[in-house]
Structure formats: C-alpha cells, structure tokens
Design a protein around this ligand. Sequence first.
Ligand code: 5GP
Ligand code: ZN
Length: 113
Amino acid sequence: MDNCIFCKIIAGEIPSTKIYEDEHLIAFLDITQTTKGHTLVVPKKHTRNLLAMAPEEASQLFAKIPEIGNKLVNSFGAKGMNILQNNEETAGQTVFHTHVHLIPRYAEDDGFH
Ligand code: 5GP
Ligand code: ZN
C-alpha cells in the first residue's frame, strides 16, 4: 500500500533489522527499543489492524508468535515478555499496518508496565 512505512520495510525500500521472515510475515526490531530486543511481528499483506483481518490471516500471524518470541528470549537472554497489539488511534496505534509488539523483559528493567 502506498505511503505505508511497514509495506516499504517489507518491500526492502526502508532498512530494518530482521529477526524472522517467511512467505507470510516478517519480524524486525522496533526503531524505539522499549527494552532490548523489542520486535514487531508484521503480516506481509497490508491490513489496517487486527480488527480488519480475516480469521485465517490472524491465525497465521499468531501461530508464529511462540517461535519468534522464544527466538528473542534465547538471543537476548530475556526472562519474560510482554506481547501487545494496538488497534486504532484511540488505543495507541500509530502505524496503520497490523503488527504485534514483542517486548522482552529482564530482571529490573524499566520497560513497559
Ligand atoms: P503502534 O503504536 O502503532 O502500536 O506501534 C508502531 C511502532 O512502530 C512504534 O513502536 C514505532 O517505534 C515503530 N516504528 C515506526 N516507524 C518505524 C520504522 O520506520 N522502523 C521500525 N523498525 N519501527 C518503526
Ligand atoms: Zn502496509
């Protein structure tokens, strides 16, 4: 989709630090690292947010989260993880291409609460 920053990342037009990629989705580091390893999991097909997705698209996205989450835990040595997902501006969504935040947690970090 034109003028969508995540579509441009998926197309390789804007650089990102990739954590995972397959034919359906990509995961890359959030430009703002709330904690070390803060990652966004993003379906390659543009949808506005989770509420606009077909059930099978949402299933495909969430089915991969344990694998990607464990990869982050192992790579960064996290002790836990917050997983969050914002839909619409009033709920804090700022990029209108569906994404899930994976926020690794560490002992005594000062990240998301
Ligand atoms: P939202 O507030 O929509 O749930 O989250 C959007 C996230 O996208 C924010 O955490 C923001 O830091 C991240 N973000 C915005 N632009 C870029 C970008 O160009 N590259 C990367 N890697 N992350 C971005
Ligand atoms: Zn998009």
